[in-house]
Write a protein that binds this ligand. Structure first.
Ligand SMILES: C[S@@+](CC[C@H](N)C(=O)[O-])C[C@H]1O[C@@H](n2cnc3c(N)ncnc32)[C@H](O)[C@@H]1O
Length: 204
């Protein structure tokens, strides 16, 4: 099957400016990412749409809402998703947090290969990271659900620490969330036909 590095309208500007690095990261995921077990074997188009395009919408939301923060934290980054594509199109420091040494080792090699000066892989337990964050943006894809994050926020009393959470989501009990926090679900196209959603938690 042929592979097309397509981009929905919302991402065309970033795509045109950073196409080479985004495609290089895609190729790295397809080869090294699979070889080293960072991701399971997937078709090239799947990796582009689900990992690269999906990740770029996190950046799109940061831009759309004009969220101000010097740093971004990607918790449970795995193969650098969504943190690596964000670091390619966004100048801010992007901390890539994972508690698996081998994943961090591969990401350290990747950031050197792609010359991503603002992407910082770090081996750390995300539960520890969360407790120490303040005035920042946290992104997460396929790591912790929005409902669980709300519980963690309450448990660790993170409500007044000025942290914006952007979390990939599916179908969850939004009613329960709304009574506690401001949660907005953003729906977007990752290609011509498929929608995904990201929950934005603010106003804490
Ligand atoms: C399902 S993968 C998702 C990876 C990536 N975000 C994605 O969308 O493809 C979850 C990742 O979270 C990491 N992880 C699990 N528990 C963690 C913890 N307590 N602290 C940091 N990372 C953790 C795992 O090592 C794994 O790489």
């Amino acid at each position: 099957m042929t592979f097309e590095p397509q981009m929905p309208n919302w991402g065309l500007i970033e795509f045109e400016q950073h196409k080479e690095k985004l495609v290089n990261y895609h190729d790295w995921l397809y080869s090294t990412g699979v070889k080293t077990g960072l991701i399971s074997k997937k078709p090239k188009q799947f990796i582009w749409d689900e990992f690269i395009v999906h990740s770029l919408y996190f950046h799109h939301l940061i831009k759309k809402y004009n969220f101000k923060s010097k740093e971004i934290y990607d918790l449970g980054t795995g193969g650098g998703i969504p943190g690596v594509p964000i670091s390619i199109v966004n100048k801010r420091k992007v901390n890539l947090i994972d508690n698996k040494k081998t994943r961090i080792y591969e990401l350290q090699r990747l950031v050197k290969t792609l010359n991503l000066e603002n992407a910082i892989p770090k081996e750390e337990d995300a539960n520890f990271t969360l407790k120490n964050l303040e005035k920042t943006i946290v992104v997460m894809r396929c790591y912790v659900s929005t409902l669980n994050i709300v519980k963690i926020i309450q448990k660790h009393k993170l409500e007044n620490k000025n942290i914006i959470f952007l979390i990939s989501s599916s179908s969850e009990n939004k009613k329960e969330l709304k009574s506690l926090f401001h949660v907005k679900q953003e729906k977007f196209l990752i290609n011509k036909n498929n929608f995904r959603t990201i929950d934005v938690i603010t106003d804490m």
